[in-house]
Design a protein around this ligand. Structure first.
Ligand SMILES: *[C@@H]1O[C@H](CO)[C@@H](O)[C@H](O)[C@H]1NC(C)=O
Ligand SMILES: *[C@@H]1O[C@H](CO)[C@@H](O)[C@H](O)[C@H]1NC(C)=O
Ligand SMILES: *[C@@H]1O[C@H](CO)[C@@H](O)[C@H](O)[C@H]1NC(C)=O
Length: 493
């Protein structure tokens, strides 16, 4: 996960407004979040209609209901991939009994889920886009339990180092991310509530017991309120991820898909078997910790870049990583250099500026889609990923900046890697099929809906797009208006 921080809005201005409105905010009802769903046509598809609707079929259906795998899970999404607005996507989940809502970043580049816990001293109360944040307290939840270091989950995670485990000691975790940020804490087990798909654009609440991290401390980046959330929901492939835990208890299939809406924000995130849209796939590289695939060529406009084939295999971290928790796309110098030169050769007269020592930007007044080439990434099994100029160029301060990044310039874990984030994954339905060890995608309207199939009944349901958003920014606006009215009235009196 690498989140890009490149925000335009001056935080001191925001802080002043916030100060002015604190008093008034106290008077105004607490911030709530709302979710709106949009979707396509209602398509009723009931397997037990007609001849099959015999009593035995119904009872078979009912008894299956108790054991069966879910038709799917609909995870409401918010946020945006736009780098100029701190690109990240998040989902809302309920944790504990009684359940409380938490906002977590969805990250296919990491494996565990964690939320900030009661011990966290530096955690902000308001985070990304003004979201109201909540510290989790296992003692406030009837179903919350600590995980001790001698439990199997902890032994699996820590391997041999478990020998130092003393009875009843808690199981600790340290999670570090590609951008150098980290979270430290201990594991707990509690009930997680999610929306099970129950009909077309309909869901019912369901739950499952999941082990996740209770964050006691985190690095500055994760707690800066510009990008702070309650935690991170790792959708990686290891046994410790939430999807693996739900799958091992038979609650879901190990298949999920996301469609990150780069235009409106939010989008679709669903667990289950996607039958519409159909996607072409490429195999996952086996025995890798992340979602690695084999890239085979890079095409700019109609020209294939002349690259050695070994540039796609970087060090011992082979292949290309697909990561929804990363904002941009990172390529090693040997690919980045030729790619950016080729793109810029379409407009040889541009005057280039370097912003924040990292971003190559320029002034361009025409339509970028007319003035610059499409970039097509080719993968094993003839799968292609087309990236348009409006995807890889983003506007900033009256300039256009190039979203492709040189991973040779990155530090630590992500150095020299090929890491494809939201810059190239947005506006596509990306399907992760761990049952068949493939990943695939297709261009898609992420404000529309997709179809999930229930494995046992065969019925197919529509799952629509969501845009979670915080109502806080609205109440701040309202507070400012009221404040200005009061000032105005006082001046009049
Ligand atoms: C979890 O789901 C089960 C079965 O639907 C239900 O009986 C139980 O009350 C739920 N638990 C919580 C904490 O919501
Ligand atoms: C992960 O879980 C699966 C299924 O429960 C099991 O077969 C596999 O050995 C586990 N892998 C590891 C590394 O623990
Ligand atoms: C995408 O889908 C939404 C909802 O169905 C629709 O309103 C919108 O016009 C579509 N956008 C495009 C570009 O087709």
């Amino acid at each position: 996960m690498i989140i890009m921080t490149f925000a335009r809005c001056s935080s001191s201005f925001a802080a002043k407004i916030a100060q002015l409105s604190i008093l008034l905010l106290l008077l105004i009802s607490t911030c709530t979040s709302y979710v709106s769903a949009s979707g396509g046509v209602i398509n009723v598809n009931y397997k037990f209609a007609g001849v099959e609707r015999s009593l035995s079929a119904l009872t078979a259906h009912d008894s299956l209901r108790h054991l069966r795998m879910l038709a799917g899970v609909d995870l409401p999404l918010g946020g945006t991939g736009r780098p100029d607005a701190v690109g990240l996507y998040y989902a809302k989940i309920g944790i504990g009994t009684p359940a409380r809502d938490y906002y977590v970043q969805v990250d296919t580049g990491s494996d565990i889920m964690w939320v900030n816990c009661i011990q966290c001293k530096e955690c902000p109360e308001r985070g990304y886009h003004g979201l109201e944040l909540t510290l989790y307290n296992p003692k406030d939840s009837l179903t919350g339990k600590l995980v001790s270091c001698d439990q199997q989950f902890c032994l699996d995670i820590h391997g041999s180092s478990a020998s130092s485990c003393m009875a009843n000691q808690s199981c600790l975790y340290t999670q570090s991310y590609g951008d150098g940020s980290f979270s430290i804490g201990y594991f707990v087990k509690d009930v997680v509530q999610y929306d099970r798909v129950s009909g077309d654009l309909q869901t019912k609440s369901a739950n499952g017991s999941v082990i996740f991290g209770c964050g006691a401390r985190q690095s500055g980046d994760l707690s800066s309120s510009e990008e702070a959330l309650d935690g991170i929901l790792g959708f990686g492939k290891s046994n410790s991820s939430m999807i693996s835990q739900l799958a091992s208890s038979g609650k879901v299939k190990k298949m999920f898909a996301h469609c990150l809406d780069g235009v409106n924000g939010g989008g679709i995130f669903a667990i289950g078997h996607v039958v519409q849209p159909k996607v072409n796939t490429t195999p996952l590289v086996p025995d890798q910790p992340h979602y690695n695939v084999n890239m085979t060529a890079v095409e700019v406009g109609r020209d294939i870049l002349n690259l050695q084939t070994d540039v796609f295999e970087v060090g011992d971290k082979k292949g290309t990583i697909i990561d929804s928790g990363t904002t941009l796309a990172y390529l090693p110098e040997v690919i980045y250099g030729p790619l950016v030169n080729k793109i810029l050769s379409w407009q040889p007269d541009l005057k280039l500026h370097t912003l924040h020592e990292q971003y190559t930007c320029f002034q361009y007044s025409g339509s970028v889609d007319d003035g610059f080439p499409n970039v097509t990434l080719h993968f094993e099994n003839s799968l292609v990923l087309k990236v348009y100029p409006h995807d890889y160029l983003f506007p900033f301060d009256g300039l256009w900046c190039i979203g492709w990044q040189n991973s040779g310039m990155q530090s630590r874990d992500s150095k020299d890697m090929i890491l494809l984030g939201d810059l190239v994954l947005s506006n596509k339905l990306v399907l992760y099929d761990l049952e068949n060890q493939v990943i695939g995608w297709t261009e898609y309207n992420c404000s529309s809906s997709i179809k999930l199939q229930d494995e046992l009944t065969g019925s197919v349901h529509l799952v629509g797009a969501h845009y979670l958003s915080s109502a806080c920014s609205l109440s701040i606006q309202r507070a400012i208006i009221i404040f200005l009215l009061i000032v105005l009235l006082q001046n009049l009196v």
